[in-house]
Design a protein around this ligand. Structure first.
Ligand code: UDX
Length: 441
């Protein structure tokens, strides 16, 4: 099939590339000329395992093209994906200006029947707005061209996005015409050959499915973080409690790890947007609000433990920090707990030596650009120089089984704050460490 994907951000680039990998001819569009120039040279704007190789291969095979010209991209496409950003607006709702301006542009330029797919995470009812925006342009042109608007939310996890796309758990499609369902089925069947994973539904339910999925996962995490805070106060161990409850197949083991709070591009934004959607529709979504409140508090839990141990005034103290990215496998620092922990320590006069396998540039040039007192160190053990303690915030594989003797020799004092409960199996107290984790005293 011939496809156009508008927006070469995370979702657009991964989706476009994976569609091309399956043999479709895909043209990816972006208004950012520099980004397109770089993609032409094989420079990928994000770090995602396996993506670069797949892009290069499909460009060479002439299945994948990049352009800034939307008209050229949709000229012989059958399906057009809208995958532009929906940043969080001032009031917490998703900002639709980019989605609607693309819709308008499609309405201005389309010349034949198209299926237009909302791939960006958008509030319930957006497909109707997209439809309206396109129809308005067609009416102005005096053209009568048929089109369908479809909702096809994405469920990609950063760091594992290629795998998620190539072997999806489910493909959710919201549409209001058999023709659109059929086209989408033809497109996605090669990805879901083993059994039918195609879930067809009405458009608003598809839009809502994305929010419900992310809110459910965020709820599991906030629930566990809440339990861990209670565990600490009653003398229980959340690690045992987690194993105890996960064994119930109705609960399950996934997404019940306590930690320093959830981050990333999806959970914080989507939970906030869902709260707003409910509010705008006259409903006070108390559980969703609490999920957010618990997470906001959780981001400070590691810093609170440090303050409790070293005092309110941390001036003159250095801390070594492992992990800046919001999770392993990505250079993404959006809403990363590290941002909050570092700012809190620096505010109290401390200096932080930080190391992350992928996210140091993001931190230095963007997320922590204006924060003084942070040094970015190229080797993980060098962050420990002159440091009072090691703080672990992202569970990258290379941090999971470190050389504790070296840690202890390099640190001024053998103290570890583990924001991801990675080291509780190593009996660190027996090795002479003071060991602080989440959900156990
Ligand atoms: C998530 C969803 O998984 C994906 O389906 C959706 O499309 C986009 O949002 P992503 O943001 O890439 O994907 O990361 P994910 O692996 O889901 O982790 C999100 C956050 O939750 C991370 O900060 C992670 O550290 C945290 N988390 C996850 C926990 O704190 N505990 C857990 O048990 C699991």
């Amino acid at each position: 099939m011939k496809l156009a994907v508008i927006g070469t951000g995370y979702v657009g680039l991964v989706s476009g590339t994976c569609f091309s990998e399956m043999g479709n001819k895909v043209t990816c569009v972006d208004i950012d000329q520099e980004k397109i120039n770089k993609l032409h040279k094989g420079i990928i704007p994000i770090y995602e395992p396996g993506l670069e190789k797949m892009v290069l291969k499909n460009v060479e095979n002439k299945n994948l093209f990049f352009t800034t010209n939307l008209e050229e991209a949709i000229i012989d496409a059958e399906i057009v994906f809208i995958a532009v950003g929906t940043p969080m607006g001032e009031d917490g709702s998703a900002d639709l200006q980019y989605v609607l301006s693309v819709a308008k542009e499609i309405g201005k330029k389309m010349k034949h029947k198209l299926v237009i797919v909302d791939k960006s995470t958008v509030p319930v009812g957006t497909a109707d707005k997209v439809k309206e925006a396109i129809q308005k342009e067609l009416d102005q042109r005096g053209e009568r061209i048929e089109f369908n608007v479809v909702s096809n939310p994405e469920f990609l996890k950063e760091g594992d996005a290629i795998n998620d796309f190539m072997k999806p758990d489910r493909v959710v499609i919201g549409a209001d015409s058999e023709y659109a369902f059929e086209k989408m089925r033809q497109l996605y069947t090669p990805f879901t050959m083993s059994h039918d994973r195609f879930i067809a539904m009405d458009i608003r339910s598809a839009e809502m499915t994305k929010y419900a999925a992310n809110a459910m996962l965020a709820t599991k995490i906030s629930f566990m973080n809440e339990m861990s805070n209670i565990c600490e106060r009653v003398g229980a161990d959340i690690n045992n409690v987690r194993i105890g409850i996960g064994s119930d197949s109705r609960i399950g083991y996934s997404f019940i790890y306590p930690g320093a709070g959830y981050g990333g591009s999806c959970f914080p934004k989507d939970v906030k947007a869902l709260k707003k959607i409910a509010e705008e529709n006259g409903y006070d979504a108390q559980l969703i609000k609490s999920v957010e409140d618990v997470n906001n508090r959780q981001k400070y839990v590691v810093a609170e433990k440090i303050v409790k141990r070293f005092g309110e005034d941390l001036s003159g103290k250095v801390f070594g920090l492992w992990g800046l990215a919001f999770k392993p496998g990505t250079d993404d620092m959006r809403e990363a707990p590290a941002i909050y922990v570092i700012k809190e320590l620096v505010k109290r006069g401390a200096k932080v030596n930080a190391y992350d396998p992928k996210a140091m540039e993001e931190a230095e040039h963007f997320y922590l650009k204006d924060v003084e007192g942070v040094s970015y160190v190229k080797s993980k053990y060098d962050v420990l120089e002159d440091a009072e303690a090691l703080i672990l915030l992202t569970e990258w594989k290379e941090f999971r089984s470190p050389d504790f003797d070296e840690i202890s020799q390099r640190l001024k004092q053998s103290v570890i704050f583990d924001g991801r409960n990675q080291y509780n199996i190593f009996n660190l107290e027996d090795k002479g460490f003071e060991y602080y984790q989440i959900g156990k005293n």
